[in-house]
Design a protein around this ligand. Structure first.
Ligand code: ADP
Length: 489
């Protein structure tokens, strides 16, 4: 089929695995575009999708890839034109554009934590991506932005399409991976790049100049990364004071679960793990636990459950609840390895917990993808007591690797884990309250079941066989694109 007949989707993100990954957004932007272009043609009404990924040319990418220049142009700002340079990644199945320019090279980390600087980089990047599409005469049917970093692009495009024939038919989608991160602090960057404040009377005053709310107010479709999170963001508990506004747009808000790249996350072909295994050879799995315990100098023996935590160490992810829950479970037999980085105080609390329990707790304060894989393959239970969880990938990876999640019943965790109160379908343990006591009670339940290996194996197998593939989710995105294109603007 000629490229021209395909549905053209511009997919913008701040990070994309394997080029650059900081968190779950990197996983999604690395896999969803590929899953979309691989969809069987009958699932896209016979059209097929021409998806192109746009990301900043972060310095960490620069070292590792060859890219060909495809254009240079200027982005208008209040201090004069800013030069943008665009590149196309060589030899990729997916078309990837990398955007550079001073705002990108001046601010090296993917996220510096300073939204004034990050806002400058991402606003520039987003506008340059829009400009590149015109430069290449590649007219997208769908402009798909992700999170606050690229949300201002949705807003810009919604204005542009009223006056530019080029974008007059482009529909916009904004995926919300984490609502509280709205891009506050990047208001000066929006002003710098001449992006006006919203005039939407429904938006609270503070939100009228923040990238994510601008995107939420102007996107043709807002997609939260799980059906439960889509409902939750319309409640006072999770809506960050935008719940009523989002409710007013509820016909344009939906939830699509993130998927997993099953090729990348496969315990049978994962080079990082000690002993590959599958459902058919589940017995081999225990070698991974043994080796992991040996490396961490934890007392050997398969009978003591090995609990793992792999996450950003912050309030959202509930690492404090992990420490509290484990402290309340000291009477039970377990060992634990905690891997993550984040809030320095929480990191320190983990180190102290290790010092207090040297015989059974190990803490690794770093980002280590290889170790994470070894932990998923060798751990018995993943602790994931998130205070909120838009989707969550760690629990899906864990299940795929036979590590059973103990998680809070919130957002995407509720959509992906079936609690043991439903024994015929159970894949893990869900608990309600965001307290150490509730986690401790769930740990106790899990340890009890761990003592019944046949039942444990059934749950493990069920988790490993659950379909977390991107195909399911990509199909839903493709349907979203198609229905938007049918709607009059
Ligand atoms: P987030 O909210 O951070 O995106 P997710 O569960 O959606 O959380 O995705 C986190 C991803 O990052 C998973 O692939 C997880 O394995 C990985 N990850 C998190 N922390 C670490 C770490 N310290 N080392 C290696 N991988 C990590």
């Amino acid at each position: 089929m000629p490229q021209s007949e395909k549905i053209k989707v511009a997919f913008l993100a701040s990070e994309a695995d394997p080029l650059i990954k900081v968190g779950g957004l990197g996983d999604v932007a690395g896999s969803l575009p590929k899953a979309l272009i691989s969809l069987p043609i009958e699932l896209t009404l016979g059209c097929g999708l021409d998806v192109r990924l746009f990301i900043p040319f972060h310095s960490a990418i620069r070292k590792n890839v060859t890219a060909d220049p495809v254009g240079e142009f200027f982005i208008s700002s209040t201090t004069g034109p800013v030069l943008a340079q665009a590149y196309q990644l060589a030899s990729e199945d997916l078309t990837v554009y990398l955007i550079s320019g001073e705002p990108v090279t001046e601010n090296e980390p993917v996220y510096s934590g300073d939204n004034r600087a990050d806002g400058e980089k991402y606003t520039f990047f987003t506008l340059a991506a829009i400009m590149l599409m015109q430069h290449l005469k590649w007219k997208p049917d769908i402009f798909h932005a992700n999170d606050w970093h690229t949300a201002a692009g949705v807003y810009t495009l919604s204005k542009l399409r009223k006056k530019s024939a080029f974008f007059s038919k482009t529909r916009t989608v904004l995926t919300v991976h984490n609502l509280p991160y709205m891009g506050g602090g990047s208001e000066p960057a929006l002003r710098h790049y001449k992006i006006p404040a919203s005039r939407d009377p429904g938006l609270p005053q503070w939100a009228k100049r923040q990238p994510l709310p601008l995107g939420l107010s102007s996107a043709d479709q807002v997609v939260a990364v799980s059906p439960h999170y889509a409902e939750e963001i319309m409640t006072p508990e999770f809506g960050c004071t935008l719940e009523n506004y989002l409710k007013s747009r509820k016909d344009s808000v939906s939830g699509i679960l993130n998927g997993l790249d099953l090729g990348i996350w496969d315990p049978m072909s994962d080079n990082a793990i000690f002993a590959p295994f599958s459902v058919q050879s589940l017995k081999i799995r225990s070698r991974n636990k043994k080796e992991l315990k040996r490396i961490f100098k934890l007392k050997s023996g398969n009978d003591v459950p090995l609990l793992i935590f792999i996450s950003r160490m912050d309030h959202q992810k509930g690492i404090d609840l992990v420490l509290d829950g484990l402290k309340q479970s000291l009477n039970l037999p377990w060992q634990a390895i905690l891997l993550g980085t984040g809030n320095p105080q929480l990191e320190q609390a983990c180190r102290e917990f290790q010092a207090e329990n040297p015989e059974r707790v190990r803490v690794e304060i770093k980002f280590d993808g290889r170790l994470a894989r070894q932990m998923y393959a060798g751990g018995d239970m993943l602790l994931m007591p998130s205070r909120y969880e838009p989707c969550g990938l760690a629990q899906m990876i864990a299940m795929r690797y036979g590590c059973i999640p103990i998680a809070r019943a919130t957002g995407g965790l509720k959509d992906t884990i079936v609690d043991t109160s439903n024994p015929l379908n159970a894949t893990g343990f869900l608990f309600e309250d965001a307290t150490g006591a509730a986690l401790s009670a769930a740990i106790e339940k899990a340890i009890d079941l761990f003592g019944k290996p046949q039942l444990w194996q059934i749950i493990q197998t069920r988790g490993m066989q659950t379909d977390f593939s991107w195909q399911k989710s990509a199909t839903l995105y493709a349907q979203t694109y198609l229905s938007l294109m049918e709607k009059p603007l």
